[in-house]
Design a protein around this ligand. Sequence first.
Ligand code: ATP
Length: 237
Amino acid sequence: ETAPAFLSVWNMESYYGESYIVQNISFNVHEGEILALLGRNGAGKTTTLRSIARMNSPQVTAGEIWLDHQPLHKMASYEASRAGIGLVPEDRAIIPGLTVEENLQLAQIAPPIGWSLERLYDLFPRLGERRKQEGVTLSGGEQQMLAIARALARDIKVLLLDEPYEGLAPVIVDEIEKTLRIIKEQGITTILVEQNAVRALELADRAVILDTGTIVFDGAAAEVLGNEELRSEYLAI
Ligand code: ATP
């Protein structure tokens, strides 16, 4: 018997109503690594992240999810959040009417509290400069930074990022990528869902590729970059 992985998804199945989406998947994520979760549109990437974060939908009907010996599959979303899961959704979900700083402070109301404002502004200087600005008036890139900072404002172990590069200029992607490397150096584990598969694979340690709700590849990110067949068949790159 080997020790269980830091984050372990085992025989997980998820439904939206009658639609069988995540079709019995198992994969591990090691502590401190960046795992790219890739696949074509509709492959089930967002559904997998939402299942791990224990959102109300989809319904996870089978399997187990373990984070650092804690059974996430038995938890509600707020408990998974408290256990260390930080989901940054695709729409970023910045709260209207609140400044940048208020968005961060709101995340810090519920214990366990994570990074201090000072530490967050150190990582994202642009947010510090704009802390009094209403969050929803930030640029797309800045909103993505705020969404990531807000996740770190709680004491998370795993960052689940849903298409963080979407709609952003390459220079802004560079900037976010740089911060994701720093976040990794701080010991946080990341699952990165991205349509921009090449950028994701260049950053990631390992990759899992989904196709219609099943896993078709699990291995080193570099291996995917060098595999023409995988690239064209499942990633269209
Ligand atoms: P994308 O890159 O397009 O976001 P994805 O890999 O993240 O793709 P999912 O969003 O997980 O894919 O969707 C997987 C399947 O589940 C799709 O067929 C989608 O239509 C379906 N689906 C997603 N959300 C819902 C929902 N709320 N109700 C019903 N079906 C859904």
